[in-house]
Design a protein around this ligand. Structure first.
Ligand SMILES: Cc1cc2nc3c(=O)[nH]c(=O)nc-3n(C[C@H](O)[C@H](O)[C@H](O)COP(=O)(O)OP(=O)(O)OC[C@H]3O[C@@H](n4cnc5c(N)ncnc54)[C@H](O)[C@@H]3O)c2cc1C
Length: 446
């Protein structure tokens, strides 16, 4: 145990969870050592040496607080989250979801961390856990092997895994002159994105090519250990093309103005930058070999000459069964000053990872100063997230995004229409958090 007068906190992993944790510990007055192994050691999916790099979509989910991801972000904004601040400052669009310029966002996080007077950024891979406490491990789904083994020896909890795939980012000349359909399939008010319509014939040919193209996934891989919502498109095509039609290629309510009809399927492109040079193929996560991705995607009408800038990639992601070992404070139950955060404990997406980083960061600094840990107010989505991570059935536990069903109901509101019920839950969460900030959160140290 190392409870000194100048509180010290060590954080391993400089992703969204670790960067948030380091920042919050430092803001709470601790002297922080943050270890990030890139660029010296690589992961299969990170492309830069920036902290808080988004490896998949450039979306931080819904903007409205009437959606769970929107409320979670709003709560983190109230708590002065570093990740949400950087995302807000890098926003490309807020129409339906918060789309960011990933390089600007990660650049902002890196700059703020690197220049914080109480954070020392160490570009080193941690291979072996030492007895230093408090310690926050936030090494994510691609935790390096030596550290994963060392952590296992310490906590004796087995890892679980699944494959996660990112979608390709492409570039096309004169994209706005190709007759692609603007708009969002689910929201007529939202004109973000461009959509390539496929007729029945084109859809069938595309699916046939997808399902037979060469994938980088292991030979025996058939998606059984894949989580709902994470299936690579080639696996969907192999299993049942209707999964694609009902999922990432669903035309929703989009109508082709030429025919006046809904196309049978679409591929949706979302901007990755302000100049309209880079486009992500929404929901088209894939582990196909890069040259195969280019070949198959060029079959989509309108995308015949696309160039792939960043191929989709599938990675074997590990996580721990958080309900079996974690307390609602982010601390390992039998672990003295050991805290865990991020996808390593089964968060599903960037914002959730940042939320657990926030809590671990604050509570590690408090632990170092012998202060009682903070718990999120029970009325908030943050508390609902921690409840899911710590109280779910360990046998079936897996990453799953937050949703409104996880929030405590407002007494007497059962018979209200859904929108009004949510309105009441949002108002209650914001009020509880305002009180929490006023009463429990000290002003950041100079
Ligand atoms: C292929 C793929 C696609 C994804 N797509 C999406 C998506 O579209 N939307 C979404 O919301 N989420 C997506 N995710 C999940 C998302 O990446 C995670 O939820 C989020 O990044 C988790 O944050 P984290 O900080 O826990 O981990 P990470 O962001 O992975 O950060 C962990 C950091 O720890 C470092 N590290 C690892 N081992 C060591 C070590 N031994 N010593 C020092 N440093 C170490 C790594 O270099 C990394 O920087 C995707 C994940 C993958 C793998």
């Amino acid at each position: 145990m190392n409870r000194s007068s100048v509180p010290q906190v060590t954080v391993i992993g400089g992703g969204v969870a670790g960067a948030e944790a380091a920042w919050q510990s430092a803001q709470a007055g601790a002297q922080v050592a943050l270890y990030e192994m890139r660029p010296g050691a690589a992961t299969p999916v990170h492309r830069t040496e920036l902290l808080g790099e988004l490896v998949g979509a450039n979306s931080l989910g819904a903007t409205t607080t009437h959606k769970a991801a929107g409320l979670l972000k709003q709560e983190l904004r109230q708590l002065k989250s570093l990740v949400i601040r950087a995302a807000d400052e890098s926003a490309l669009s807020r129409e339906r979801e918060l789309l960011v310029d990933r390089t600007t966002m990660a650049g902002t996080i890196t700059e703020l961390i690197a220049t914080h007077p109480r954070i020392e950024l160490r570009r080193e891979e941690v291979a072996e856990l030492s007895a230093i406490e408090p310690l926050i491990i936030a090494t994510g789904p691609l935790t390096s092997q030596p550290l994963a083994r060392s952590l296992y020896r310490c906590i004796r909890h087995a890892y679980r895994f699944f494959y996660q795939a990112s979608a390709p980012i492409v570039t096309l000349p004169n994209i706005y002159d190709r007759g692609l359909l603007p708009g969002c399939p689910y929201d007529p008010e939202d004109d973000s994105g461009l959509n390539c319509p496929l007729d029945e014939n084109a859809f069938e040919q595309f699916c046939a090519a997808l399902s037979t193209a060469q994938t980088g996934l292991p030979d025996e891989y058939d998606g059984r250990e894949m989580l709902e919502g994470y299936l690579p498109v080639e696996i969907m095509a192999r299993r049942d093309p209707h999964l694609l039609r009902r999922g990432p290629m669903s035309p929703g309510r989009l109508v082709d103005p030429d025919s006046g009809e809904r196309p049978p399927a679409i591929v949706r492109l979302m901007a990755e930058d302000t100049e309209g040079q880079l486009w992500r193929l929404l929901g088209m996560g894939t582990g196909l070999l890069p040259e195969e991705q280019a070949r198959v995607l060029r079959m989509i009408p309108g995308l015949e000459d696309l160039e792939i800038v960043r191929p989709g990639q599938a990675a074997r992601s590990v996580f721990l069964c958080a309900p079996a070992l974690l307390a609602r404070t982010g601390r390992v139950r039998d672990g003295e000053g050991l805290f865990l955060a991020g996808q390593l404990i089964g968060t599903a997406d960037y914002v959730e990872a940042a939320a657990t980083g926030w809590l671990a960061g604050v509570n590690a600094a408090r632990w170092a100063q012998s202060e009682t840990p903070l718990l999120f107010p029970p009325e908030t989505m943050l508390a609902a997230l921690m409840h899911r991570l710590t109280q779910s059935n360990p046998d079936t536990f897996a990453p799953q995004s937050v949703n409104f069903g996880m929030l405590l109901p407002v007494p007497g509101d059962r018979n209200l229409p859904k929108d009004e019920r949510r309105e009441a839950q949002v108002a209650r969460s914001q009020a509880a958090l305002t009180e929490f900030v006023t009463e429990q959160m000290p002003e950041p140290r100079e």
